[in-house]
Every structure is written in C-alpha cells, then in structure tokens.
Design a protein around this ligand. Structure first.
Ligand code: NAG
Length: 268
C-alpha cells in the first residue's frame, strides 16, 4: 500500500490533466470493444513516437487515436457506431496542441493557435498535393454533430488518393454502416480504422499510406460477438477486400512488420 499510493496518485493526476494520455484504454475505454467483458484494444506499438489520444473538441471524448508523430499520420482511430446521423461536414481542420507540448490545451484547436508545429501534419502539407485529408473516423459514422466536427483533426487524417476517398473507400464506409444498421441494431458496434505507412511523403514531412483498413465488431447485450469483419484496400481506387478479423490481423502484421491485433486478438 505504502508503495502503491504515490503511483496511483500520479496515474490519477496524469489521467485527468491531458488528452494525449499514457493509456487511452484507461482514459477513454468506451471506444474499445469488450468481447466477453474483456477490453480488447488494437495493438499499441512500442516507442515514444506513438502517442495515444482521447479526442476531445468540446467537453466530451468522441473517439480514440493512436498517432505516429514521426510519420505525421495516425496508425488508427477507434470509435463506436450508433447509426447514420446525417451530420453536416465542417470545412476547418484542427490540430492537437498537446502533441507539441503536453502543457498545452487538451482540446483540439486551430493551427494558428500553436506556433512551430513539429509533431503532426498541418494544412499546408496537403495543399496542392492531389491527396485528400482522408478521415479515419469518418463523418458518415459520427454519433453526433459535435462528434462529426471532432473528426476534422489532422490527427484523424492521412493522405488518401482522391479517387479512392470518393470512390471505393467511401463505398466501403457506407457498406459497413449499412451492415451495422441492419445487423447490430440495439447492440454495440465498435469500429477501428487505420492506415499502413507507405514510402512516399507529402512536402517531405507527411507519410503517404500504402493501405487503408477498417474493421467492425458487433457485440450483443451480453458482450458476445454477433458479427465482425475486416476490410483492406490499397491507397488507390482498386477494389477493397473484405476478410475475417483474423486474416486482416495477419495481413496487417506482415505489412507493419510487427505483430498487430485489431481487437486484442478477439472478434475473430
Ligand atoms: C509542463 O509544465 C511543468 C510544470 O509547470 C514543467 O515542469 C514542464 O517542464 C512543462 N513541460 C513542457 C514540455 O514544457
């Protein structure tokens, strides 16, 4: 006890003081599937360049992101899906102040409010690049208007081939939403959407992903897996492949060059 108390106090302090957090499964566990009652987050790669973010715009956590500050793109965003809300798209994009200094505001903010942005992408990186700021947690899946607004942070976006973004990938987002509306109504739908870093860069700063992937896990009211599926597509407008979570995890582990689990090895 004597030993534990100061550690717990430290944990408690760090937990409520920041949005870039040491463990997003502690700060915002609501975005991660819990099949069989066990919280089953995607793999968090080791290394200081990876930052865990509980995304907050107003006063509510909206989703969680693992961000790669070296490649300046997310690894993935994790969120809940509650149906199609017909949210309006906003045009401004935010950045994450705490990626620059942990003492800055925990709320996402406009680029102009932070000087000397080093650890994340900025609007100018994408300007005239021919690449879209491809949402990971998309507007289409947002659970509310404020959630939709909160998806407009560059920590939730990666350079996406423009025809892929408005073509096969959009179709995939819609198909996932339709499937969940049909087969997961009244239950809990968890989604993780991510990218695999490629070799090219925008402005010699922001990595262009080679692949986009997404996966859902629908749990019934006893936290039993009702349905689950994964999707993987190259960052060009070719067909997106649907596969089991197990196969997606296997392919992603190959592509990342390290073991990756989509739902903590569950939802297979
Ligand atoms: C944040 O604030 C603390 C306490 O004032 C200070 O010790 C620390 O150096 C600051 N961190 C940065 C990165 O500025």
């Amino acid at each position: 006890m004597v030993f534990l108390a100061p550690v717990l106090l430290l944990l408690a302090l760090s937990r409520c003081s920041s949005e870039v957090v040491t463990d997003f499964t502690q700060t915002c566990p609501q975005f991660f599937a819990n099949p069989g009652g066990t919280l089953s987050p995607p793999t968090v790669f080791p290394g200081k360049k990876y930052k865990q973010i509980c995304q907050i715009l107003g006063n509510t956590y909206e989703y969680a992101t693992l961000y790669d500050t070296a490649n300046k793109i997310p690894v993935y965003s994790a969120y809940r899906f509650n149906g199609l809300m017909q949210c309006t798209r906003q045009s401004n994009w935010y950045i994450e102040p705490q990626l620059e200094n942990i003492n800055y505001s925990k709320k996402m903010a406009t680029e102009s409010s932070v000087t000397n942005i080093q650890n994340q992408a900025v609007d100018d990186d994408y300007a005239n690049s021919g690449y879209h700021r491809g949402h990971l947690a998309p507007v289409l899946h947002a659970t509310s208007q404020s959630c939709s607004d909160a998806t407009f942070t560059l920590t939730n976006a990666a350079p996406q081939d423009s025809s892929f973004n408005s073509g096969k990938w959009r179709t995939t987002e819609k198909a996932v939403a339709d499937t969940l509306v049909q087969n997961c109504k009244g239950n809990s739908a968890y989604i993780v959407t991510g990218v695999v870093p490629g070799t090219g860069k925008l402005k010699n700063r922001v990595c262009i992903p080679s692949y986009f992937w997404t996966a859902y896990c629908c749990l019934d009211n006893n936290q039993q897996v009702k349905a689950a599926s994964g999707f993987l597509g190259q960052n060009e407008n070719n067909p997106v492949q649907e596969m089991s979570i197990k196969n997606l995890a296997r392919k992603l582990s190959d592509l990342y060059g390290q073991v990756f689990r989509v739902f903590g090895g569950k939802c297979n």
